[in-house]
Design a protein around this ligand. Structure first.
Ligand SMILES: Cc1cc2nc3c(=O)[nH]c(=O)nc-3n(C[C@H](O)[C@H](O)[C@H](O)COP(=O)(O)OP(=O)(O)OC[C@H]3O[C@@H](n4cnc5c(N)ncnc54)[C@H](O)[C@@H]3O)c2cc1C
Length: 357
């Protein structure tokens, strides 16, 4: 039920997969809620990714609660398939998503309510869920600013297709899934160099004909939480799915160490090698930005304090953070577990506050 401009039981900030998955449970529970989405179109984060992106999770594990991802469960959907699925999902469940509604601040109001401020209005809510994504502000290495202006520089969010990259040597910085996927695509048309800061453990996409995630599910690894010893270890270990340094070399990609320094148009790496690239693509990840949340739930270092998305401010939650609870917390097919948990916490608090008759 939509109550955008009136009193809301719940305001959800962010209409990506996390916000939609939560919306499913809030609708099921009959709450008055709205989902405020900054972008003008649905699935904005996915629309901002490169054209040829293929999911590393098969369709079997790409569905949100209540609606399977269409197509062969063993296939790997592309970017536009995800955009279509998320758009259909919101429509199918008639979720109250308000586009072009960037939230500028969230703060505590009177009577245990929250004030959610947009450019043109303020709405009130008993409870608020921040689902603004794990990947918000594109991060580049500090040396980027000192590189000669003759060199074309893009963050991975600005890369769409090989035609957009000038011919000549291209340096892709970042040895994660994004860096490898972009480097492999560019290697078909460009001379490509990949700078790898820290090596991630390469895992095959398929083992004995079955997708990796079927094994991770079957062994229970996808559900190991940050409260377990293995979860605590895994949350700091990035994995590279379906790519490896050896496979990259076999595609003609030149591997370098960490990007250390630049001087004019030359880039230096910590293995002693050097390169004068024509273009640099920074696949160096993202930072979070929660500076607009004016509630004391951050530690002295500005880090969010929460337990499975529940903060110390009653009624204020997060959803969709990387390793919020498990490896699956920020993935399409597993975010539903945290979403259902947060919906349960919302119900519990609403029940406690309801006046007794
Ligand atoms: C390159 C790449 C490949 C990936 N591949 C896979 C994969 O194969 N399988 C998989 O399961 N996962 C994958 N992921 C991880 C994950 O599924 C995505 O990052 C996903 O987009 C996260 O969903 P989300 O809803 O948490 O956040 P987002 O999709 O980022 O959605 C957050 C929404 O909040 C909105 N927003 C932000 N700030 C505000 C504000 N102040 N007010 C209102 N709205 C706001 C944004 O516009 C956005 O629409 C991949 C991620 C990346 C970066």
């Amino acid at each position: 039920m939509n109550a955008a401009n009136g009193r809301n039981d719940v305001v959800v900030v962010g209409g990506g997969q996390a916000g939609l998955a939560l919306g499913y449970f809030l609708a099921r529970d009959g709450r008055r809620f709205t989902i405020l989405e900054a972008a003008e179109t649905p699935a904005a984060a996915w629309c901002a990714r490169w054209d040829s992106l293929k999911l590393f999770t098969p369709a079997r594990y790409d569905g949100l609660p209540g609606m399977a991802f269409p197509g062969d469960p063993d296939s790997y959907p592309g970017r536009d398939d995800v955009v279509a699925y998320l758009t259909d999902y919101a429509r199918h469940f008639d979720l109250p998503v308000e586009l072009s509604s960037r939230v500028r601040s969230v703060r505590q109001g009177e009577a245990a309510r929250y004030l959610v401020e947009l450019d043109d209005r303020t709405c009130e809510a008993d409870q608020v869920v921040i689902a603004t994504g794990p990947f918000q502000v594109p991060r580049v290495a500090p040396v980027a600013g000192r590189l000669s202006p003759d060199i074309v520089q893009l963050h991975s969010t600005g890369y769409r297709r090989p035609d957009d990259v000038p011919s000549g040597p291209v340096l892709v910085v970042g040895g994660g899934n994004t860096g490898y996927q972009i480097a492999e695509e560019l290697a078909r048309s460009h001379e490509v160099h990949l700078s790898i800061g820290s090596r991630q453990t390469p895992l095959p996409q398929r083992i004995l004909g079955r997708d990796l995630f079927r094994y991770l599910e079957a062994t229970g690894l996808m559900r190991r939480s940050v409260d377990t010893r293995i979860g605590q270890r895994l949350q700091y270990r990035e994995t590279l799915i379906g790519s490896s340094p050896r496979a990259a070399r076999s595609q003609g990609i030149h591997l370098h160490g960490r990007t250390d320094d630049v001087s004019g148009s030359e880039v230096r790496f910590d293995d002693g090698s050097r390169l004068q690239p024509r273009a640099v693509i920074w696949a160096t990840g993202f930072a979070l930005d929660h500076s607009w949340i004016d509630v004391p739930i951050f530690d002295d270092g500005g880090r969010l304090m929460h337990r499975r998305g529940v903060t110390s401010a009653p009624g204020l939650y997060f959803l969709g953070l990387t390793w919020q609870y498990t490896r699956g917390s920020a993935l399409l097919g597993w975010v539903k577990h945290d979403a259902e948990y947060i919906a349960g916490e919302i119900a519990r608090l609403a029940g406690q506050r309801r006046p007794r008759t």
